[in-house]
Design a protein around this ligand. Structure first.
Ligand code: GTP
Ligand code: MG
Length: 171
């Protein structure tokens, strides 16, 4: 009674994509931070859904910290990968990091669900989630369940749909 299954989630993606803003929105309002600053290293956060208790490794996306990501792959039971849909110049960098992730021995042969958030959909001229999906070649991911949602983390729009999908994959 009241016991929820514990799940470790890795939140990955380039710096400034909105990872911390998204995780903050998923926390209960009395636990939400007012000011969000670039993550140094990583931060461990928690939030709950109806059936699950998530522990999130909110990793820094800055280049100098990206080598930390792989140390947590083994513990991750799900991945949230965040993309800044307005950052067209760095879409190729996001794809490189995603491909490196997918080819890592601790990820490659596991059926680990990946939730993609095509974030910042509120920004004028941002790419649609379909376009982001094409640029990242998500259709090539055949051995893992994945899902992409367009989100506006500032308003929390689109996040629930993604978390509902993730919950369905795990429970
Ligand atoms: P690192 O910790 O450096 O890896 O970055 P991050 O991915 O955690 O990004 P963070 O949540 O710190 O957000 C970066 C900036 O983008 C902040 O100024 C946020 O307010 C802004 N931001 C996040 N989500 C959105 C969004 O959906 N729309 C808009 N317009 N801005 C957003
Ligand atoms: Mg952050």
């Amino acid at each position: 009674l009241g016991l929820k299954k514990e799940v470790n989630v890795l939140c990955l993606g380039l710096d400034n994509s909105g990872k911390t803003t998204i995780i903050n929105q998923l926390k209960p309002s009395n636990a939400q931070a007012q000011d969000i600053v670039p993550t140094i290293g990583f931060s461990i956060e928690k939030f709950k859904t109806s059936s699950l208790s998530f522990t999130v490794f909110d990793m820094s996306g800055q280049g100098r910290y990206r080598n930390l990501w792989e140390h947590y792959y083994k513990e991750g039971q799900a991945i949230i990968f965040v993309i800044d849909s307005a950052d067209k110049l760095r879409m190729v960098v996001a794809k490189e990091e995603l491909d490196t992730l997918l080819n890592h021995p601790d990820v490659k042969h596991r059926r680990i669900p990946i939730l993609f958030f095509a974030n910042k959909m509120d920004v004028r001229d941002s790419l649609s989630s379909v376009k982001v999906s094409q640029l990242l070649c998500l259709e090539n991911i055949k051995d893992k369940p994945w899902h992409i949602c367009a989100t506006n983390a500032l308003k929390g729009e689109g996040l629930q749909e993604g978390v509902d999908w993730l919950q369905d994959q795990i429970k």
